[in-house]
Design a protein around this ligand. Structure first.
Ligand SMILES: Cc1cc2nc3c(=O)[nH]c(=O)nc-3n(C[C@H](O)[C@H](O)[C@H](O)COP(=O)(O)O)c2cc1C
Length: 373
């Protein structure tokens, strides 16, 4: 192994006391493969088993905290009856030595009624997403907003009971938490919207609900992370300045990391072409060492990971698509077999990758997501 890779394999201890063996986490990736009722399938267990062990922690695909917040085939954590099914997933990951972190979410306006058993999608306001055929969501009543916040805490209790080592609050990628923070989708004039300060109330209350549940139920060091997308292209949309303000508010809570969702870890602002500084560097400078940052986005080689740590000052790296393509990526880097790392998937030779059929179909329907040759 090259000398400068040693830092990638240094153990890391979170604020909660939980420890991971190296600086890599598997990024959360929807497998589109849970049973229709939200239970975990054997296909999913095999997919995670194939990718666990090398990375310090696996962050799972997003699990919905309420039935009106699901993807068509996302895992459910909306009721205690899902605990035994989720426990199988936690065990499968933990048995390999990786920590198991469950991502928890509500989809908001981003799933059509056809995926919600006919229910109208819900959001902060009755404003459709800017994409073709987006349905107009129903604005949530304030009592429903309060219930969803409570359900994030309930989901955390269930994740602890199922044996997970942590949860990641999914505040990124345009789903409900982001919809409340966004001036595009949140045009409420009550406690939950209207000004930047009020748009922060939903994310803050979700964090409070989750961290309270951890304090109440966790009998071991338990990782609590928060994922966000720093900017939106919509007008109006979330600006980097908005995000820096939100991070400032959130960092007083007992969080273990912020996970910044970017397509390219080194990218500069989407909204301000005049500023060429990497967004992640600006975020790292704002957050400082109080709460560690996970960077993600197009990390393909160990040199990419070293450059991200050196140039951006971040301590942790998540790998997404490259771990679908090359489940043994971390092991190959640590054992010095870098030249054998795969960077594309061969259409006719993917059986040993344990990709569920439904996930294979899901990624193939989205050209450009994976380099399939
Ligand atoms: C198939 C697929 C499914 C994804 N599902 C999720 C998800 O459930 N939750 C999430 O926060 N991000 C999700 N993402 C985004 C990834 O976590 C990651 O941020 C993105 O792929 C960029 O990292 P990469 O270049 O290493 O793949 C998904 C990405 C892919 C390719």
């Amino acid at each position: 192994m090259k000398d400068n890779y040693a830092k990638l394999f240094e153990p890391f201890t979170f604020n909660s006391g939980a420890k991971i063996e190296n600086r890599f986490l598997m990024a959360p990736m929807t497998t589109a493969s849970s049973f229709e009722n939200g239970m975990i399938t054997t296909d999913e267990l095999m997919y995670y088993k194939r990718r666990s062990g090398g990375v310090g922690a696996v962050i799972t695909a997003c699990a919905h905290v309420r039935e009106d917040g699901k993807f068509k085939s996302s895992p459910s954590i909306s009721d205690d009856k899902f605990i035994p099914s989720l426990a199988k997933l936690a065990t499968e990951i933990k048995e390999t030595g990786s920590q198991a972190i469950l991502q928890i979410f509500h989809v908001g306006r981003m799933e059509p009624s056809s995926g919600l058993r006919g229910l109208q999608p819900v959001s902060a306001s009755a404003i459709p997403a800017e994409r073709p055929n987006a349905e107009v969501p129903r604005a949530l009543e304030s009592s429903e907003v309060e219930d969803i916040i409570k359900q994030f805490g309930e989901a955390t209790r269930r994740a602890i009971k199922a044996g997970f080592d942590g949860v990641e609050i999914h505040g990124a990628n345009t789903y409900l938490i982001q919809q409340f923070f966004s001036p595009h989708s949140n045009q409420r004039d009550d406690y939950w919207g209207g000004t930047l300060k009020k748009r922060m109330n939903f994310p803050i209350e979700v964090v409070r609900s989750v961290t309270d549940a951890v304090k109440k139920y966790a009998d071991r060091p338990f990782i609590t992370g928060y994922r966000l997308s720093p900017e939106e292209l919509e007008e109006p949309g979330i600006t980097l300045q908005d995000t820096l303000s939100l991070l400032k508010e959130l960092k007083v809570y007992p969080l273990d990391y912020f996970h910044i969702s970017l397509g390219n870890i080194f990218q500069s602002s989407l909204r301000n072409n005049e500023n060429e500084d990497p967004v992640l560097k600006m975020i790292q400078d704002e957050v400082g060492d109080d709460i560690p940052i996970i960077g993600v986005g197009n990390i393909i080689t160990p040199d990419d990971a070293v450059a991200a740590m050196d140039e951006l000052g971040i301590p942790l790296i998540a790998l997404g698509r490259e771990l679908i393509i090359e489940p043994d990526w971390v092991e190959k880097v640590s054992s010095g077999n870098i030249e054998t790392i795969h960077k594309v998937i061969e259409e006719n030779n993917y059986e040993n990758l344990a990709i569920p059929d439904a996930m294979w179909e899901y990624v193939k329907e989205r050209p450009g997501w994976l380099p399939i040759v």
